[in-house]
Design a protein around this ligand. Structure first.
Ligand code: NAD
Length: 387
């Protein structure tokens, strides 16, 4: 058996993978009790160089699903804090989007540029397998679709593989959802969701931001663009007749709507006094440094589209891979479209309750979890084969 496996190129390079995939594995699980979380486990595999954490925040509405972040965290506690925050965010995102999944996340403490090996990925995959489908993983920062393909050899509980049965790059769906969110912001602010002549400033022109720029151009918006990659900004500014601004000025740009599509934590004590927009509606995860910054935005009269609501297009697309009948892009297309209605409902609730839009969205997510609204009925179907 071992000889047969050794025929595979990956195992020729890394015989220790066998350890990660057999019952006699040196994979170690250590439970970390955390209040409010269903399961948090530290996973280690010495010979594979793996130290990681899988956090399952909630599986009330369906199996926990979330990406794997590979990052050289400064300490174990920093990684723990990140995985807890991210997995809880996934719960809320999925609950609001009614994806039929719960919230989970995996982190691997490693520099993806230096320490990512096949052994490491397979050992992590073995850990996911051991959780028996309670956690379904996908790519995230530092973990590519090619990495996920390797992880698939150790576990079937994976989405977002780069093959014909996959849903492909989620950026297209996320960008469309953000566009619908920007329309909802315009509706709330101006009484019409037409973006003709409205100014939208986009921070970050990557997978989502560049697609969003394209959609907004065709919707008639006046664009202000920014990215660290100045050549890209110039190219897209020329393409869309947009104004290019330096990366350190985009947040303070006067505009109708600011769309952060780069980094988290951009709404904080330092940036708050500088915003000159009527609304903030963009793709970036964890835009608020702290929840209280949502209240500060409200006080300043800036409408905020909660990030975990507006950026759910990607999760809606990727999870539809697990539909019984297989991936069909028309299903997530309609669901992503509805982000508009969800946001308008959240704005109304926030106004009635005199609370921040972030707080209203959290309450709505918790309400759905409590009453099982959108709970999965059929178990997910894994159509992918290991390659
Ligand atoms: P990406 O890595 O493709 O693009 C990010 C872009 O932001 C890059 O071009 C980068 O140069 C630029 N950037 C980084 N720092 C910047 C700064 N200070 N000022 C201006 N530009 C800066 O990422 P993406 O997939 O487009 O995702 C964008 C954001 O949306 C991320 O926060 C991501 O977590 C979130 N998000 C993405 C998806 C998705 O489907 N890709 C889904 C949900 C949420």
């Amino acid at each position: 058996m071992a000889d047969q496996l050794l025929e595979k190129p990956v195992l020729k390079r890394a015989p220790s993978i066998l350890d990660a995939m057999t019952p006699s594995s040196s994979l170690q699980f250590e439970k970390i009790p955390v209040e409010g979380y269903e399961q948090v486990v530290k996973i280690t595999h010495k010979s594979a160089g793996l130290t990681g954490i899988i956090a399952i925040h909630s599986s009330t509405l369906g199996p926990a699903l979330g990406g794997i972040r590979i990052h050289p965290y400064g300490s174990f506690n920093e990684a723990l804090e990140d995985v807890l925050r991210l997995s809880r965010g996934m719960t809320y995102k999925s609950a609001i989007a009614e994806s039929g999944f719960g919230g989970g996340k995996g982190v691997i403490i490693a520099d993806p540029k230096k320490h990512k090996t096949i052994e490491l990925l397979l050992a992590f995959g073995a850990a996911v397998e051991k959780l028996g489908g309670n956690y379904i993983c996908a790519e995230d920062a530092g973990c590519t679709t090619e990495d996920v393909k390797i992880i698939r050899r150790a576990t079937k509980y994976v989405v977002g593989l780069p093959n014909a049965k996959s849903s492909g790059d989620p950026g297209t769906f996320t960008a469309w959802g953000v566009y619908r969110g920007i329309q909802a912001a315009a509706k709330k602010l101006f009484g019409t969701d037409s973006l003709e002549g409205r100014s939208v400033a986009i921070q970050g022109l990557g997978s989502v931001g560049s697609r969003l720029a394209d959609i907004l151009f065709w919707a008639g918006a006046e664009l202000v663009l920014s990215d660290l990659d100045t050549a890209k900004v110039e190219r897209l500014a020329h393409q869309y007749g947009a104004r290019a601004v330096p990366a350190d000025q985009i947040l303070a740009t006067e505009c109708d709507i600011l769309a952060p599509c780069a980094l988290g934590g951009i709404i904080n004590d330092k940036t708050l006094p500088f915003f000159q927009c009527r609304a903030i509606a963009g793709a970036a995860n964890n835009q608020l440094l702290r929840d209280s910054h949502a209240v500060a935005l409200q006080t300043r009269g800036i409408l905020y589209a909660p990030d975990f609501v507006i950026n759910a297009g990607g999760i809606l697309n990727v999870t539809s891979e697990l539909d019984e009948e297989g991936y069909n892009p028309t299903t997530p297309r309609y669901r992503v479209h509805r982000i508009y209605d969800t946001l308008l409902a959240i704005y109304e609730i926030a106004e009635k309750n005199r609370e921040s839009t972030h707080s209203a969205a959290l309450a709505l997510a918790n309400y759905r979890i409590r009453y099982g609204i959108g709970k999965r009925i059929l178990p997910p179907t894994f159509h992918h084969q290991a390659e």
